[in-house]
Ligand binder design. Structure first.
Ligand code: PLP
Length: 362
């Protein structure tokens, strides 16, 4: 008898490599590798989390009902059409497991968030990359990849790691061009940071179609990446499918209470957005002045071009030796770039200082 073997596709997965969180033999001054909230968790979320410690023997509410009600109130949505998950990662994974299998295709854009392709492989489906135009998803290129086998299109809007976004008109054109049996997943993990008039997160499209869902996260502006909390808004039929497939207690009790408290801490969310509104344009302008190539971004990070792979790796090592951790993004087909998360004023000034010495030296 041969040893147990996994389903086809799983061995093709190169496990996701998270951003580094420490530097060997050196104190970390700033971790700028995972697009976490610059100002940390909300004090109200921390208090709620600590208060939950005495209840840790209890199973959480399996329906996350209070959390869904709080999300519904905050975003003006029907709680019955919300599903919460262990990070939006869990929901993205469950969607693929529910709607894609062997022989099916999942379309994503060339430099789109990595997990879409990995989830497709895990389900035995085939990931299909559509080329981008100028580091931005291209509606025509995505539609050109649709075949009889297509079951899902995954679009991060804004996209990680490029920081680019599609306008609401473009996303509507994408949805309008898809057959009704193809599910459009709009991953709006960074929606709270975007302040462009021509952007919408996906709510309106979900409301107007049977084949669109939107995923969101508490890991970015709400600063709760460590508790793993995300949510999805979708048509009732897809919500029903997700509730059948998810684990009965998929969101932990501390995550639920921390999420509710974070939503209520408007001052903290506003401060986080303001911090980004100041330091994103500032760092972009400063890096441009140094002769580097920061791409326009509407998220809480910047993709910076260094002109060659060797120079991007050298810049990564240089920043690390200064206690700053950026993200190498060769895994996204971007070997000449580094992604840098927007942090606090002190962190951003340290990045500018470090890269200005790097440029002078190289
Ligand atoms: C575009 C995008 N989608 C989803 C995620 C996953 O977020 P979560 O922490 O909610 O699982 C990330 C995390 O970086 C992301 O960048």
């Amino acid at each position: 008898m041969s040893a147990p073997s996994p389903r086809p596709g799983i061995k093709k997965i190169a496990p996701y490599v998270p951003g580094k969180d420490s530097i060997d033999g050196r104190a970390t001054i700033a971790k700028l590798s995972s697009n976490e909230g610059a100002l940390g968790p909300s004090p109200k979320a921390m208090a709620a989390y600590l208060k939950a410690a005495g209840e840790l023997h209890r199973y959480p509410d399996g329906d996350s009902s209070k959390l869904r009600a709080a999300i519904g109130r905050h975003y003006g949505l029907d709680p019955d059409r919300i599903v919460c998950g262990t990070g939006s990662d869990e929901l993205l994974n469950l969607l693929v497991r529910a709607y894609c299998g062997p022989g099916d295709e999942l379309i994503y854009s060339q430099h789109g968030f990595l997990m879409y392709a990995l989830n497709a492989l895990g389900a035995g489906a085939t990931p299909v990359a559509a080329p981008e135009a100028d580091y931005c998803a291209d509606v025509d290129a995505l539609l050109a990849k649709v075949s009889d086998r297509t079951r899902m299109v995954c679009l991060a809007n804004p996209n990680n790691p490029t920081g680019s976004y599609l306008s609401k008109d473009d996303v509507r054109r994408l949805q309008a061009g898809l057959p009704n049996n193809v599910l459009l997943v709009i991953d709006a993990a960074y929606a709270e940071y975007v302040s462009r008039n021509d952007y919408e997160s996906g709510v309106e499209l979900v409301d107007g179609a049977e084949n669109v869902v939107m995923t969101r996260t508490f890991s970015k502006i709400y600063g709760l990446g460590g508790v793993r909390l995300g949510w999805m808004y979708g048509p009732a039929a897809i919500v029903d499918v997700m509730n059948r497939l998810r684990q009965p207690f998929n969101v932990t009790l501390p995550a639920q209470v921390a999420g509710i408290a974070a939503l209520g801490d408007i001052a903290h969310t506003d401060a986080s957005r303001t911090n980004n509104d100041i330091w994103l344009p500032w760092l972009s302008a400063e890096l441009g002045r140094l002769g580097l190539r920061p791409l326009p971004s509407v998220g809480n990070f910047i993709l910076v071009g260094f002109g060659s792979k060797a120079r991007a790796v050298a810049a990564n090592d240089w920043m690390m030796s200064d206690g700053l951790i950026p993200r190498l993004v060769a895994g996204y087909g971007l070997p000449e770039h580094l992604r840098i998360t927007i942090g606090t004023e002190a962190e951003m000034k340290a990045v500018r200082e470090s890269l200005s010495r790097f440029v002078a030296h190289s």
